[in-house]
Write a protein that binds this ligand. Structure first.
Ligand SMILES: NC(=O)C1=CN([C@@H]2O[C@H](COP(=O)(O)OP(=O)(O)OC[C@H]3O[C@@H](n4cnc5c(N)ncnc54)[C@H](O)[C@@H]3O)[C@@H](O)[C@H]2O)C=CC1
Ligand SMILES: O=C(O)C1=N[C@H](C(=O)O)C[C@H](O)C1
Length: 233
């Protein structure tokens, strides 16, 4: 498979390693304006860039009929526009706030726990995420997915960065500590006890492997998919 890397930073380099190990070829390593690159021999593009570049990168690929995987966070106010374009152009697209198998299992655990906790009025939920100090966005895309999944199954209607006084808002605390690849913890607290679930990435390999697996899965497909489709969970 010929892969174009849209973004060649920490994740782009990790994805390159995994892709080469799995027998793929990297045809472009793009770190600036995508418009000047030739996409005729690209089978799939993988975007791990920056929030302000993701929309242009993704829509360029869709218009060129190149399937595109995006893990970039912090651009989701334009997600619906991308989906509409993808449908209109009969393109292929997967976005995931987190591509690792472990976090996708954690997403399922979060939903299961939220459904149970929705019956119990005594517990309040909060989310904590910890990432490296170079991260541009806060809260993390993964923390937002976790909050939205909780909102779907409980009476919470919103999330808020840091503390909140509103009973229907989920507080998300974002901490920045050098070199931390990504930790997410969900805690339900009552006056009697605390229930917590946590995912801690040890490195970026899981994110990269998930993105390459998603790229292998989507080539020659049409449509908008998620990691649930890729992992069949
Ligand atoms: N979904 C997931 O599983 C994961 C998502 N991420 C997200 O991926 C993104 C990238 O993360 P890192 O690699 O750690 O960041 P990074 O800062 O190391 O790399 C981003 C790269 O994008 C480049 N860039 C700037 N403008 C660009 C443009 N117009 N087109 C293409 N590239 C451009 C920068 O030069 C930089 O090298 C972030 O949004 C992060 O939150 C990170 C890890 C896992
Ligand atoms: O920027 C990162 O590093 C990460 N970003 C993603 C996010 O915002 O959730 C995924 C992972 O936690 C690492």
């Amino acid at each position: 498979m010929n892969i174009a890397l849209l973004g060649y930073g920490r994740m782009g380099k990790e994805i390159e390693k995994v892709a080469l190990q799995r027998g793929h070829t990297i045809v472009h390593k793009i770190s600036s304006d995508i418009a000047s690159y030739d996409f005729t021999n690209v089978d799939v593009a993988i975007d791990f860039s920056i929030p302000s570049a993701a929309f242009q990168n993704i829509t360029h690929c869709i218009k060129q009929q190149v399937p595109v995987i995006s893990g970039t966070t912090g651009w989701l106010e334009k997600y619906d526009e991308v989906i509409a374009l993808c449908e209109a152009e009969k393109g292929a697209f997967i976005y995931a706030s987190n591509f690792s198998l472990g976090v996708n299992i954690f997403f399922e655990m979060n939903t299961y726990l939220a459904k149970m906790m929705s019956q119990l009025e005594d517990y309040n939920v909060d989310i904590e995420e910890i990432h490296h100090t170079k991260k541009l966005d806060a809260p993390s895309g993964t923390a937002i997915t976790l909050a939205e999944d909780i909102m779907q199954h409980t009476d919470y209607t919103n999330w808020k960065l840091d503390k909140t006084e509103a009973a229907d808002e989920i507080p998300i605390v974002a901490k920045r500590i050098p070199d931390v690849p990504g930790t997410h913890e969900i805690t339900y607290t009552s006056s009697i006890d605390t229930i917590a679930i946590k995912h801690e990435a040890h490195n970026r390999q899981g994110f990269a492997l998930g993105a390459v697996v998603a790229a292998e899965w989507i080539q020659n497909s049409v449509g908008v998919y998620t990691m649930k489709d890729v992992l069949n969970i």
